[in-house]
Design a binder for this molecule. Structure first.
Ligand SMILES: C[S@@+](CC[C@H](N)C(=O)[O-])C[C@H]1O[C@@H](n2cnc3c(N)ncnc32)[C@H](O)[C@@H]1O
Ligand SMILES: [Zn+2]
Ligand SMILES: [Zn+2]
Length: 333
């Protein structure tokens, strides 16, 4: 069992377990009432007082949870009568998966991220609304945006912000956990274009020796491992991202054919500069995980046949591309 570093409970499960139940996790039971599809902009006074949970399975519709949250925020003076469900914030299901239907939510299965929350209101949401697992105050896109600047982070006000996305491609499925207050939000669906690029590279026989230079929690690099790459190097300057990569090695250990994970060096900086080899894993692939600035990675790691650069939209990648030009091919994702 893996202990969650945030809530110290068992909220992190191995990938096989998550994948085995994902198709049915959010499905309505025969007793579940249909989703009401409330207007997201209607003012609070025109909305129902509360939507009951299902008598058979005990789960709630998304509207039911958001309605409880809206009423609570209003009670704390943080929303006024004119504001509707949309004003609550963005709901993130704890295991993200592209759904063609509205999810039914069990205990601690929803993380809410938004603005105009207080710590006390967030704590009350965790106590009073059983489906809410964590409440995050949003400030911007977390992570390193420019190695010269300070990193940005959001604030976990209450509960636990650890959630996973199921990432699927023709190469297989992975479960990628992230501390959602510290890692940018990427919906499962948004991963699809990146997966198409990886699939193409795979069919061209290019996923053999790969660097995932801006790995975030490890989505692309670990998919390359799943594709059977001989060596994969993952690197990010943001410590929370690199901690999530290490967690995701454990979570997906069997799927990735990992036999042993070592932690040769430690890094205590929030934003890394010179590369520090924080993990290496042996098994079907040789995996190396570095915490550092990508412009310095190849002062330490061997260049690869293929280097992937998946930067935040709008980033000037000229310096990164130049630093990675020692690799045979550089692909901007
Ligand atoms: C768009 S995200 C990567 C997403 C990731 N590939 C995924 O699919 O989950 C960009 C990442 O680049 C990192 N980053 C930005 N500049 C960097 C630099 N100079 N060196 C290393 N990492 C950097 C950020 O911390 C962030 O995690
Ligand atoms: Zn947790
Ligand atoms: Zn039900």
């Amino acid at each position: 069992m893996m202990i969650c570093p945030v809530c110290k409970s068992d909220c992190i499960r191995c990938a096989e377990e998550v994948l085995a139940e994902i198709d049915t996790r959010y499905l309505a039971c025969p007793g579940c009432a249909p989703e009401l599809h409330l207007s997201k902009t209607a003012r609070l006074s025109s909305l129902p007082k509360r939507i009951a949970r299902c008598k058979s399975c005990g789960r709630a519709t998304l509207d039911a949870v958001m309605l409880d949250a809206l009423r609570l925020l209003q009670r704390f003076g943080l929303r006024d009568e004119d504001e509707g469900l949309r004003s609550v914030g963005s709901p993130l299901i704890d295991v993200g998966y592209p759904l063609a239907y509205s999810p039914r939510l069990g205990p601690k299965s929803l993380i809410i991220i938004g603005e105009r929350y207080s710590k006390r209101a967030a704590e009350a949401m965790i106590q009073e609304i059983p489906e809410i697992k964590g409440v995050i105050l949003s400030r911007g896109v977390p992570g390193v945006h420019d190695a010269e600047e300070m990193a940005q982070e959001n604030v976990l006000l209450a509960g636990c912000d650890m959630r996973a996305d199921v990432v699927s491609s023709l190469l297989g499925d992975l479960v990628i956990y992230k501390n959602q207050s510290l890692i940018h939000i990427e919906f499962s669906r948004q991963n699809a274009p990146k997966m198409r690029i990886l699939e193409q590279l795979y069919f061209q026989g290019k996923l053999r020796d790969v660097v995932d230079g801006l790995s975030g929690p490890g989505t692309l690099g670990l998919m390359c491992v799943l594709a059977g790459a001989r060596r994969v190097v993952l690197n990010d300057a943001w410590q929370p991202a690199i901690q999530n990569v290490q967690l995701n090695l454990e979570v997906n250990k069997r799927l990735l054919g990992i036999e042993e994970i070592l932690h040769p060096e430690e890094s205590n900086r929030a934003v890394g500069t010179d590369p520090v080899l924080v993990a290496s894993a042996r098994g079907a692939s040789q995996i190396e995980v570095y915490h550092g600035d990508l412009t310095r990675l190849f002062s330490r790691a061997n260049p690869a046949k293929l280097c992937l650069i998946d930067s935040f939209p709008g980033t000037d990648t000229a310096d990164l591309e130049k630093a990675c030009s020692c690799c045979s091919e550089v692909i901007l994702i």
